[in-house]
Design a protein around this ligand. Sequence first.
Ligand code: GTQ
Ligand code: FE2
Length: 346
Amino acid sequence: MNDALDDFYAELRAHHLEALWRINTKIMPFEPRPRAKAWLWRYEDLARLAELAGKLVPIDRGGDRRVLAAINPGLVEAYGDSVYGATATLWGAVQYLGPHESAPGHRHSPSALRFIVEGSGAWTTVDGVRLPMAPGDLVLTPAYAWHDHQNNSDEPMAWFDGLDLPLACYLDAQFFEFYPTGELQEEGCGGSPPPTGAQPGVRSSLLKYPWRDTEAALEAGRANPDPHDDVLHRYTDPDTGGPVLPTLDANIQLLQAGVRTQPHRHVHSVVYQVFRGRGETIIDGVRFAWERGDMFALPPWAAHEHHAVDGDALLFSITDGPVLRALGLERVLGLDAPQEITGEFA
Ligand code: GTQ
Ligand code: FE2
């Protein structure tokens, strides 16, 4: 009988079939078992290595970006070099432009945004619209919008890039085009229709969310903090109230001095970048201490709570929440008690 069964399974394999009962706990666990791990990339390293890239690697014409992407080691363990991302769906990166450098125009199906932690004197041009970038600004480059970056100052400039690129890769949905001239857009040149047969871009009428407005919203928000997120400001499309990009939510949260938020879990994953202050986030019992410019990844369903260590702290973040909600896959669960701290991310 056993022989017959072994033969049967071998025959299934030979016919490129598998029996659900042999794999069901792997593909249908009782709750998410993400391959991505909670991880943190220190600004110290990001800034130093970005600067080194600036010395060693020129930006060639033809669409290059000098970008250092966060690669989650849990994804590497599971998928080798077939998935690159900070989480399974989210791209988080630091992009670096030296003084008077530029990154030429291109457009693509993945959606992107930039958040600026420090520096100024650079702008991103989106469909001919120049968007200067200063600390605290959020700039969108929606799907199929032409975009290039220019640094016209005497100082180098670096910022955070967030994209849905890993998700687009997983769905095999990437399209990419160089800007026809291979150079920078002329100011006021406008956009172009999406490539033949592509969905018209879903796009917020607002492409830049200046820090001044965000700061005012956060200050107003002090009056009604959330137990899990303290003062959370979700950037929205002003016309629809929906997410800034179809696949991505962008948030910034103010953790008021001394706050310890209550832990919760959700299915959407998050990439955080620390805009200001110092603090720690406890993720599944492990303490992640962070400071300005650090980037960290929160996998799906990980219990997490935030502590502001001294003074107010500000966390910018992107999530794949719009995707989970659109697909009916979101779940959010508050936890009753603070987590027991069992380890330290080092
Ligand atoms: O600035 O256009 O981090 O196309 C990844 C892909 C940045 C960009 C990234 C991109 C860009
Ligand atoms: Fe791009």
